[in-house]
Design a binder for this molecule. Structure first.
Ligand code: ZN
Length: 413
């Protein structure tokens, strides 16, 4: 599938430090040590509704990672999927009486436009669930050969007991797993399963639903096997970072890891499992079911500068759960106006320590709030209290700050 177009990103003369990341599985910091190119997989959207700010915050978080790796001198192979056939998409298409393929294409295109506007670097491989069906069939065939699958009526299930590492990614106890599995698309109550936590890898054909041929009859892939197959194909096993929102910790990422680990002889799926926090609005997590979504496209259509949306999101650490306040967007608009005023002066307060501070902060578990605070401090020193050029000791300061703002934070001013 076509990704979105890549923005031009300045190459910095000063290299950034190695990137350290919080790892969900161990609860500690890990410095991924890419063997050649750094390999990143981030779970993509199910395209049945536009990009809301919760999605945008997640993709922005991993965009910082891609930029930090590039600044540290690594090439990056970034893979993202599009779940372009799944229950929520089909349900929405049925509800609004739109062909599911047309709905998926329309919403995927809107997502691309939103990502471009926010200057999110595109994945090298942007893969849809439908186009990945041959990969899915290969992986299920291997799972079957490993004795890790069984049938319940027309559906094929994966047995979590097949993976000795099951539970290691999330670290959740069984009660938590059972609760989350039920809340997030699983079917713990279904009779005939060996373990209530076992998940569908091939869903047999249902009337009125799209289906594809497979060795297990007509049907379509489960959600977890889709990401597992795409990641394995394009990144191999033991790739550097699997990322996504924290609502994917379980069951999605646990199952993806298990599917691949079972056929990889126990080798780990990824080195680091990285998760972005959830964004709330009006007191609740932003979600389709609650209807409290703020859409990136709606803000763009209101002539809000996408760089202000980006800055407002970057003011929050990617791992924190936080609540969107409309006022923060207006603050970001004001901040950008002030930053642009300072950058227009050419000269300014010394840039070198600020460039170092920004690169260090982003490499330190993607700490964008500290990085943007370093820019605020430079702007304050340059403009002074009166808003006029107060410190012109670095004649090329603006150029250096402009470059690091884009290279490290994706803010093109
Ligand atoms: Zn996924």
């Amino acid at each position: 599938m076509r990704a979105w177009s890549a923005p031009e990103v300045p190459r910095l003369t000063q290299p950034g430090p190695a990137v350290s990341l919080h790892d969900t599985a161990t609860g500690g910091r890990i410095v991924p040590t890419p063997d050649g190119a750094a390999r990143l997989y981030v779970c993509g959207i199910t395209p049945y509704d536009a990009t809301h700010l919760g999605h945008a915050a997640t993709y922005l978080g991993f965009d910082l990672l891609q930029r930090a790796w590039r600044n540290a001198g690594h090439d990056v192979v970034y893979v993202q999927n599009v779940t372009d056939v799944d229950d929520p998409l089909l349900e929405r298409a049925e509800k609004v009486k739109v062909d599911w393929v047309a709905l998926a294409e329309r919403e995927t295109e809107l997502f691309r436009t939103d990502m471009e506007a926010l200057r999110v670097l595109p994945p090298a491989h942007y893969i849809g669930a439908v186009e990945s069906i041959p990969l899915v069939i290969d992986l299920i065939t291997e799972l079957e050969a490993a004795g890790a699958t069984y049938r319940v009526e027309q559906d094929l299930y994966y047995s979590v007991a097949a993976d000795p590492r099951f539970g290691a990614e999330s670290g959740y106890d069984r009660d938590t797993m059972l609760r989350l599995f039920g809340e997030r698309g699983g079917d713990p109550e279904r009779p005939g399963k060996r373990d209530p936590l076992d998940c569908v890898v091939w869903r047999g054909e249902r009337e009125g639903e799209p289906s594809w041929d497979s060795p297990w009859g007509k049907g379509r892939p489960g959600w977890h096997i889709e990401c597992a197959a795409i990641a394995r194909e394009h990144l191999g096993t033991g790739f550097d970072v699997q990322g996504g929102g924290s609502d994917l910790v379980f069951p999605h990422h646990e199952m993806c890891a298990g599917h691949v680990q079972v056929v990889a002889g126990g080798a780990p799926f990824a080195q680091v499992y990285s998760h972005a926090g959830m964004v709330a609005y009006d007191g609740e997590k932003m979600s389709k079911s609650r209807g409290n979504l703020v859409f990136v496209s709606a803000l763009r259509n209101s002539d809000i500068d996408p760089m202000a949306i980006r800055l407002a999101l970057l003011r929050h650490h990617y791992r924190s759960d936080w609540e969107w306040q409309d006022a923060e967007l207006f603050d970001a608009v004001d901040d950008l106006a002030r930053w642009r005023r300072a950058l227009a002066l050419g000269a300014g307060a010394p840039a070198a320590p600020v460039v170092t501070a920004v690169l260090d902060a982003v490499a330190d578990d993607l700490d964008a709030p500290t990085a943007t605070a370093a820019i605020d401090a430079w702007v304050d020193a340059t403009l002074g209290a009166a808003g006029h050029l107060a410190d012109a000791s670095d004649p090329r300061a603006a150029a250096a700050i402009t470059d690091v703002l884009d290279a490290a934070l994706g803010l093109a001013l």
